[in-house]
Design a protein. Structure first.
Length: 304
């Protein structure tokens, strides 16, 4: 934690978690705070109290502090609905931000809108802010952004706009299959096997129609041949990411691709794309979230 005058607060309010940064003059991060009080655990009238529980000790008396939020705080079930902006459009449609009323006079809150697509139907909340941050840091980028997560997003960006995007439930499918299906008896909770992951990914991309049976083979091999649980975990990941890459081929084929993410999940996508002959750029998700929130703060300065 760094002492100093708080200029504004950056907030990424997800479904299951809340992350925020206390920002000083010049974009300096004075402190980072987090909570498991995501949108799914809150009623609309509980958001302000949740925020105050995290930052109330640092709010100055007699001054309103701008709070710029992205993510699920703007969902229909969130703090205040921030209606989607339809693509093609700029990722930073800050003028559509929702402005919930607050009881504490020290807070001036803006909740950024997500993006929507009519055909095929799709939505995103939070990722558009990372995209805006990436474009602020990489002006002129023309290509595809891959944002791994529970619901991985593939966004085609051109001339500063999000042209189209698709969401894949790969992360959620992995969680469900590894913890709530028959595969839970065969799959380790941690561990890596790079060779097994790569082989399963290639298998899924070559024969995506057989993945449903390939998945059950993990259980059968565990029972009959003592398949190592770490290897089973790697193969499960490879099969699911493989069918995603097969489905997302129109996005990445022949395109410049950048991955916004960190850790093992982003590594897995980078490995999968490298196997297809691509050399994706890599950039940190937190840095892009902060860059996008900072762009929104600058755009809304004087309006809060």
């Amino acid at each position: 934690m760094t002492s100093g005058r708080i200029d504004w607060i950056a907030v990424d309010w997800g479904t299951s978690h809340l992350r925020l940064w206390l920002m000083g003059d010049g974009g300096q991060v004075l402190d980072r705070r987090h909570s498991d009080r995501g949108m799914s655990k809150l009623k609309p009238d509980e958001f302000e109290a949740t925020l105050l529980a995290l930052v109330g000790d640092r709010l100055p008396a007699g001054r309103r502090v701008p709070v710029i939020c992205c993510g699920m705080a703007g969902a229909r079930q969130g703090w205040a609905e921030a209606p989607y902006a339809a693509v093609p459009c700029l990722p930073g449609t800050w003028d559509r931000a929702a402005r919930p009323r607050t009881s504490d006079p020290r807070l001036a809150v803006a909740i950024l809108p997500g993006l929507s697509q009519a055909r095929p139907a799709d939505v995103m909340r939070g990722e558009e802010t990372q995209i805006a941050g990436y474009l602020a840091a990489n002006p002129g980028f023309d290509g595809v952004l891959c944002l791994p997560g529970t619901h991985c997003k593939w966004a085609h960006v051109s001339a500063g706009e999000v042209v189209s995007f698709r969401s894949f439930m790969t992360g959620e499918l992995f969680a469900l299959l590894s913890t709530a299906s028959v595969l839970r008896h065969s799959v380790a909770t941690t561990g890596e096997d790079q060779a097994a992951f790569s082989a399963a990914l290639d298998q899924a991309m070559a024969r995506p129609a057989t993945v449903a049976t390939d998945l059950f083979s993990l259980r059968a091999e565990s029972l009959l041949q003592g398949l190592d649980p770490v290897t089973a975990r790697a193969r499960l990941s490879g099969l699911l990411i493989g069918i995603e890459l097969a489905g997302a081929r129109p996005y990445w084929l022949g395109q410049e691709v950048a991955i916004i993410g960190a850790g093992g999940l982003a590594d897995a996508y980078a490995t999968g794309l490298a196997a297809q002959g691509l050399s994706p750029r890599r950039t940190d998700a937190e840095a892009m979230t902060l860059a996008g929130l900072a762009a929104a703060h600058d755009a809304l300065k004087g309006q809060l």
